[in-house]
Design a binder for this molecule. Structure first.
Ligand SMILES: Cc1cc2nc3c(=O)[nH]c(=O)nc-3n(C[C@H](O)[C@H](O)[C@H](O)COP(=O)(O)OP(=O)(O)OC[C@H]3O[C@@H](n4cnc5c(N)ncnc54)[C@H](O)[C@@H]3O)c2cc1C
Length: 399
């Protein structure tokens, strides 16, 4: 099909089905309704042959070029967001499975991920291993043709509604910390997996603690080579930073500036020259961020694996969120936390804190940009060659 015909097909489909999610995030603290509506939409996308455009046909995709993906994203960006809460599953787990999974794993799961028949989560962070995730202590020990997993993960977004998750666990404690980790696909309903909600500052409970007690994973559910999980984890984090930093859409966006302008007009503040300057800064920052995002996406679409420059988009995205928070409080004053419309406004204010932490904190992004983009000297790493077992790291630090 030629590109123009394809564009018309996308527009027709979106006009008929992309009618918006019916609840706000504040009205759906566990994220379940939003996820179910996103899944129902994605099922229709798959049915129409518009999902997984660039993935191979034998694994549930459409086998098309990246031009088709770009057109879909361009068209989708003109409609309400319909893939909320699918970002981790489709923006991170799916490309990882496609790139590093065996053919058997891809045959089992790739089509289900594409159609959102299954939703997956990411289980990296632990109480003692967040920024320094290579210090993780969750262990996987081989027992015949199964791995037995024990330990704890934390901040696992949407674990309570996910079918499976991508887990990193320590498979060789005698190797230095970066060299004894492996990656697995875990069934979230397997015996021994316990998911407990975490209550957030914005009233939500979208992420969780996940406990593993003697959880059995079939050996053929290991992803990538044994003890090379750190390399895969780094690749997944890069997908994450591009997904967060560029959003899932494919257009030049300035919706935060638009919302602020709307609030400023409503309150008769739009002629204040100092505020106008701040609004203009917000507008310019959002436009530049979108353009940078499109560039990162274009690199991805030309077949490149995301590199450390993805950190730049993520860092800028979270500084924009902080600026937005300050301006929203300035424009809306007390009503950003109390009064008519306050739940939605305060939710926006409070949720901005997450963006400088999720997917790696701002400080970590600055370290990555400094070391791997600008070529500045690396942070000293005294534990690089020490066996993990001997380290006072992660949960061993208090042992
Ligand atoms: C909304 C949200 C969703 C999330 N979802 C998931 C998920 O689905 N799966 C998952 O695995 N994780 C998830 N996370 C966890 C996230 O990846 C971690 O919170 C993040 O990596 C930071 O780790 P930490 O919280 O342990 O903080 P710490 O690593 O303890 O950091 C504490 C402070 O120290 C600073 N710091 C640490 N090391 C350095 C350094 N070397 N140089 C300079 N400063 C440093 C940090 O910047 C931070 O300010 C989520 C987090 C949030 C907020």
């Amino acid at each position: 099909m030629d590109l123009e015909t394809f564009r018309r097909r996308c527009t027709d489909f979106l006009t008929a089905h992309a009618t918006g999610i019916t609840v706000t995030s504040a009205e759906d603290p566990r994220g379940e309704t939003i996820l179910n509506e996103s899944k129902a939409f994605q099922a229709k996308v798959a049915e129409a042959g518009l999902a997984g455009l660039t993935y191979p046909v034998e694994f549930g995709g459409q086998g098309l070029s990246h031009d088709y993906e770009r057109i879909w994203k361009e068209e989708a960006s003109r409609f309400p967001v319909m893939n909320a809460n699918l970002g981790i599953s489709q923006g991170m787990c799916l490309p990882m499975l496609n790139e590093y999974g065996t053919d058997e794993q891809r045959a089992l799961y790739q089509a289900k991920l594409i159609s959102a028949d299954e939703v997956w989560c990411q289980m990296f962070s632990e109480p003692g291993a967040g920024s320094d995730v290579a210090s993780l202590g969750t262990s996987a020990v081989l027992d015949g043709d199964e791995w037995i997993v024990n330990g704890q993960k934390v901040w696992t977004t949407l674990a309570h509604v996910c079918d499976r998750g991508i887990l990193i666990a320590r498979t060789n404690p005698d190797a230095p910390k970066h060299r004894g980790i492996s990656m697995f696909i875990v069934d979230m309903n397997a015996p021994g997996v316990e998911v407990r909600p975490i209550h957030q500052i914005d009233g939500g409970m979208r992420f969780n603690e996940v406990f593993f007690t003697d959880v059995r994973i079939a050996a053929d559910h290991q992803v990538g080579p044994l003890n090379e999980g750190w390399r895969l984890a780094t690749a997944m984090l890069m997908y994450e930073r591009v997904a967060i930093g560029t959003s899932q859409l494919g257009a030049v966006l300035h919706d935060r500036a638009d919302r602020l302008i709307h609030e400023a007009r409503k309150r008769g503040l739009i002629d204040d020259p100092v505020l106008r300057q701040e609004l203009m800064k917000m507008y310019s920052a959002e436009v530049c961020h979108s353009v940078g995002g499109l560039r990162s996406r274009a690199a991805l679409q030309s077949g490149k694996t995301p590199g450390p420059a993805g950190s730049l988009g993520k860092l800028i995205g979270s500084t924009i969120a902080e600026h937005y928070r300050d301006l929203l409080a300035q424009v809306c004053g007390m009503s950003a936390v109390a009064g008519p419309g306050s739940p939605a406004l305060s939710n926006q204010v409070l949720s901005t804190f997450a963006s400088g932490i999720a997917g790696g904190t701002n400080e970590i992004q600055r370290n990555i940009i400094g070391e791997r983009v600008l070529g500045l000297p690396r942070e000293p790493s005294v534990d690089k060659d020490v066996p993990f077992r001997e380290l006072k790291a992660g949960t061993q630090a208090t042992g």
